[in-house]
Design a protein around this ligand. Structure first.
Ligand code: XIL
Length: 321
């Protein structure tokens, strides 16, 4: 029997995985044994859980929540307010006041339902622009309600469950320009007394980027705000983002060894900041299924995890252990 990830890191942070109803079954053994936390990859998102104005569909989210309840796993809620995977009806024939009251209803309905099992919510996802020139990312929420949509989302979530830890979650969170903006946003919110308790750093990283120095600098900056950090959405692509190659049927030797080195360095940093990092969540479980398989390059297979496409531990697993 190989060591269990969640046991190995027990005194450091929770080890999580993004799941969906399908991988809950197909990766059940790995999930049961190695992970202490789950996040819904898609089924708690607006388009799935609240597809029409007066229709909520909790079927799939309930499946995951029940798994967490019965198997004593932590659950992160993902995500309440985002520009993606949100149906058009939300933004049609509305105005600031109406869209905010609809947002409140949405947040209350979902947060209250999963109160007993979801301890942390990604309240607002990806609201900051990557570039220096524009602060916020373009989004219908911003267009309709202005920047206030962010604080409102946190206030509503806190009202719905005062016990939950509330996160702002984003990618490129180690980029010097973007991390400064994330820092400024969270600082402003905290100064205003908005209930925000954490920053989720989506770790969609690769074998080249970001550098360890950038990661350390970002973590330090966030920690100085006195918030908790969750490493969310971790996958370590073996390709550079822009790499267009679709012909590989397995990673090269070089990719494999670089991935091992990188994962090891990442976990060394996480351990260094373990007092502040509550969880490290992979955006999937094993290489047989990852959203990166077609992203951003259609037809490009990827191998971003610790377990291979037969759900066996890769060598990188033992590097981390
Ligand atoms: C992705 C899912 O993994 C895919 O299955 C889906 O098609 C698109 O969304 N940032 C996030 C996640 O916050 O919700 C995204 O998940 C990946 C990028």
């Amino acid at each position: 029997q190989i060591p269990s990830l969640k046991e190995v890191f027990k005194t450091d942070f929770h080890i999580g995985a993004a799941v969906n109803p399908k991988t809950l079954k197909s990766s059940k053994e790995l999930l049961d044994y190695h992970f202490s936390s789950i996040t819904a990859e898609n089924v708690m998102k607006f388009e799935v859980i609240h597809p029409k104005k007066d229709t909520y569909d909790f079927t799939q989210a309930d499946l995951l929540a029940d798994y967490a309840r019965k198997n004593d796993k932590k659950m992160r809620g993902h995500t309440l307010v985002w520009h993606n995977q949100t149906p058009n009806w939300v933004f049609e024939n509305t105005n600031k006041e109406k869209v905010l009251s609809m947002m409140k209803q949405h947040i209350f309905k979902i947060v209250e339902r999963y109160k007993d099992v979801v301890h942390a919510w990604d309240v607002v996802n990806e609201a900051i622009d990557d570039k220096a020139e524009t602060f916020y990312r373009k989004s219908p929420w911003l267009d309709l309600a202005g920047e206030e949509f962010i604080e409102k989302a946190f206030l509503f979530a806190h009202e719905a469950d005062p016990q939950a830890t509330l996160f702002y979650n984003d990618y490129n969170a180690c980029d010097p320009v973007k991390s400064e903006k994330i820092y400024q946003l969270v600082k402003r919110l905290k100064e205003k007394g908005v209930p925000i308790h954490g920053i989720g750093m989506q770790a969609h990283w690769n074998i080249y980027d970001p550098s360890i120095d950038e990661i350390r600098a970002a973590i330090k900056k966030y920690v100085s705000l006195g918030v908790e950090i969750h490493i969310t959405e971790m996958d370590v692509s073996v390709f550079e983002f822009e790499d267009k190659r679709t012909d590989l049927t397995q990673p090269t030797e070089e990719m494999i060894s670089m991935q091992q080195k990188r994962y090891r360095e990442f976990f060394d940093i996480f351990k260094e900041y373990k007092e502040h990092i509550g969880s490290v969540t992979f955006w999937g479980i094993a290489d047989d299924y990852t959203w990166l398989d077609d992203f951003p390059q259609k037809g490009r297979k990827n191998w971003p995890f610790l377990f291979d496409d037969k759900q066996q531990p890769k060598e990188v697993f033992f590097h981390i252990i």
